[in-house]
Design a protein around this ligand. Structure first.
Ligand SMILES: [Zn+2]
Length: 140
């Protein structure tokens, strides 16, 4: 089983389980997936990779997040490589770890990982800035 964060055309985020990535593709192609909030069946995978802003993500890489470049797959792969190399992956422990980093000013660690939409909202309410990276697959 594999869990995907999904996002509809209206930016609603929700999670769903699939037996594998082919099942997701198949169901999505047949428009059998729909948003749990608005029933839209324009669904895409949203692999959330939020992270603490600053430290190791330099200006140059930040500019890759420019809307213009968001569709440039090569740029996104570069960005992904940069993050994988320079940030510590904390998986679904992200919301826990990000607080450690945020409240302990000594720690200048850059981390990335996943959050649920609820966790993301909580962190935002605490004033912790997160950036979501469109996480492109390297293999297709
Ligand atoms: Zn929706």
């Amino acid at each position: 089983m594999i869990k995907y964060n999904l996002e509809c055309e209206n930016n609603h985020e929700f999670e769903s389980w699939f037996s594998d990535s082919n099942e997701f593709n198949k169901l999505n192609k047949q428009k059998l997936l729909e948003c749990i909030y608005c029933s839209s069946n324009k669904i895409q995978k949203s692999i959330m990779s939020p992270m603490v802003s600053g430290t190791k993500l330099d200006e140059d890489k930040m500019s890759l997040l420019d809307q213009k470049l968001l569709n440039e797959k090569n740029q996104l792969i570069k960005l992904r490589n940069h993050i994988e190399k320079n940030f510590e992956f904390v998986g679904d422990k992200f919301s826990e770890k990000v607080r450690d980093v945020y409240y302990d000013k000594e720690t200048k660690k850059s981390i990335y990982g996943t959050t649920t939409p609820e966790e993301k909202k909580e962190l935002e309410e605490e004033g912790i800035d997160l950036i979501s990276i469109p996480w492109v697959g390297k293999d297709n």
